[in-house]
Design a protein around this ligand. Structure first.
Ligand code: SF4
Length: 308
């Protein structure tokens, strides 16, 4: 899921990156301009990036209820499923890197073979509240996802081993698995939480990647945009491309759709406006009221039903 096919890589290198160089981002909207408007935060309330980018509730009442009224809502099954699948995908990358470092270049093929069976640790950790049927469905999805990504990892390692006879272990990891999963980031410069966790940063491209296991929504690009701004604020290099990877399951198959996009001025402005709006409602304790259209699985629906 994290690794591009040859066609996708060519699309990125020949189309998107030249486009990014042509359409320059306005200097005020680069993350390293965090000390000046419009990036400088106006309010003090520090939010998680998902609270800004997750626009499932269009008014932001979910953020108000959680942050101001301290309402603890139980995550719905779709949220748990997303969490478990994200974790399983990250676990596999980490396990593969660990194997390569510990077994070395000569022993890594044998070591990787031991990873063929899926690890269901994430399901045990987060899936306790699910019904038996939901757990079984999710177990199958983990198996499919794991099998898909496992074979891609092995193929990439083989490719590097075949082309680079003198490769060292650190270089093998960097060439075959050029991705940092669950990248911890301090969003403090932008008024965000100090403990953000980005799904993945692919440093060979470079590109922010976000996995989604639900249906496609236009605001999903706000996540890659937010993380790109945070990375720019921390390390002062441009991050111009994002990719939301939509993962679906059909029978025993995994289907992938990638939404490549430029992290352009429009997205950056949208993210900053959403940040300011949500920070304001938390800091000034403003109940923004009910959304015109609530989504069926919203964990706050019982409370909003009551209040209207
Ligand atoms: S029930 Fe509707 S208004 Fe309430 S938090 Fe959920 S989406 Fe927002």
């Amino acid at each position: 899921m994290y690794f591009l096919s040859e066609e996708e890589r060519r699309f990125l290198v020949r189309r998107l990156l030249p486009q990014a160089r042509e359409q320059e981002v306005h200097p005020e909207l680069r993350g390293w301009n965090w000390a000046e408007p419009p990036l400088a935060p106006v309010y003090q309330a520090r939010l998680g990036l998902y609270e800004i980018a997750g626009q499932y509730c269009s008014t932001g009442r979910d953020v108000y209820l959680r942050r101001v009224e301290r309402v603890q809502a139980r995550p719905n099954p779709a949220m748990v499923e997303g969490l478990v699948l994200h974790q399983a995908a990250a676990d596999l990358i980490l396990a593969a890197k660990r194997v390569i470092y510990s077994a070395g270049v000569e022993g890594c093929r044998e070591g990787l073979a031991a990873l063929q069976q899926a690890d269901h640790g994430a399901l045990e950790e987060y899936g306790q509240g699910l019904s038996a049927e939901e757990r079984e469905n999710l177990r199958e999805k983990i198996d499919i996802l794991w099998d898909f990504e496992y074979h891609r990892i092995v193929a990439r390692v083989d490719e590097v081993l075949a082309r680079q006879p003198y490769v060292g272990v650190d270089s093998l990891v960097a060439l075959a698995l050029p991705v940092t999963v669950e990248q911890r980031l301090d969003g403090g410069f932008l008024g965000l939480s100090s403990h953000l966790s980005a799904d993945a940063f692919v440093f060979s491209e470079p590109m922010m990647v976000d996995l989604k296991f639900g249906e496609r929504r236009n605001f999903h690009r706000l996540s890659t945009t937010g993380y790109a701004l945070v990375m720019e604020s921390l390390w002062e290099f441009p991050v111009d491309v994002g990719c939301v990877v939509y993962v679906q399951f059909r029978g025993k198959r995994l289907l992938l759709e990638r939404d490549f996009h430029l992290i352009d001025d429009e997205l950056r402005q949208w993210f900053i406006e959403a940040r300011d709006e949500r920070m304001r409602l938390v800091e000034e304790e403003i109940d923004p009221g009910r959304a015109d259209e609530c989504y069926a699985e919203c964990p706050y629906s019982a409370i909003c039903e009551e209040r209207g």
